[in-house]
Design a protein around this ligand. Structure first.
Ligand code: SAH
Ligand code: MG
Length: 210
């Protein structure tokens, strides 16, 4: 018997033709943008926490940053190391008329702390190289305001985390292991109240304790 799981849309986010074009571009070019379910979760967290200033690590084509500011009352600084992605994101942010709400930086997040050291954020969204999550977390957590929040995307990494390691290539295995290690480290880190949810591709939320 074949059991198919029907993935139903269980949110009522509204996408206009511009958003649809970004999603279509991402699909065609295999750019791993945030899933609708994850996006709606992120938007809700931003709204209930009254978050204003956000740092995103990993812009890709600017999709998540654009959707965040379109749907909430917030500002996003976003970091992208890949020049082609950066250019695409820059173009999309301008097309969306969001140059006043999104600042994008074409730098490697792990080599550019000085650019951000005088800033403060209510929320940091980590969505870049999956093997480096702990490094991103440790490098940027100091920029969080009191009661600040750190959210990480792709904690299930396409359902491979907790999957059978024998079936994976060496590099994939290494990456999945790193994500599992990060998850354990996060849950043991008593400076934050952390939970990991099977939302979208798996998302963690860590709220800084007083
Ligand atoms: N947040 C986007 C998707 C980001 S995909 C969205 O949901 O729409 C991950 C991106 O992180 C890729 O474009 C990759 O180039 C970038 N990236 C990976 N490691 C990075 C690093 N160390 N610094 C900056 N960007 C990085
Ligand atoms: Mg992601």
């Amino acid at each position: 018997m074949i059991i198919t799981k029907v993935m139903m849309m269980r949110n009522n986010l509204v996408f206009d033709s511009f958003d649809d074009a970004l999603k279509e571009y991402a699909k065609e070019n295999k750019v791993p943008i945030i899933l609708d379910e994850g996006l709606s979760f992120l938007i809700n967290i931003i709204k209930v926490s009254k978050t204003k200033k956000i740092l995103e690590i990993g812009s890709a084509i600017g999709y998540s940053a654009i959707e965040i500011v379109k749907n909430t009352d917030s500002y996003v600084d976003t970091i992208e190391r890949n020049l082609d992605m950066y250019n695409e994101a820059k173009k999309n942010i301008a097309l969306a008329n969001l140059n006043d709400k999104i600042n994008i930086y074409n730098v490697d997040a792990l080599e550019s702390f000085d650019l951000f050291k005088h800033k403060k954020y209510d929320l940091i969204f980590i969505d870049a190289a999956k093997a480096q999550y702990k490094k991103f977390f440790q490098e940027f957590e100091i920029l969080l305001n009191d009661n600040g929040i750190i959210i990480c995307d792709n904690m299930n990494f396409h359902n491979l985390v907790n999957g059978n390691l024998d079936d994976m290539s060496r590099s994939l295995r290494g990456l999945v292991r790193k994500l599992s290690e990060f998850e354990a480290w996060l849950l043991e880190n008593d400076k934050y109240l952390s939970s990991i949810y099977d939302i979208g591709d798996g998302m963690s939320i860590s709220i800084k304790k007083e």
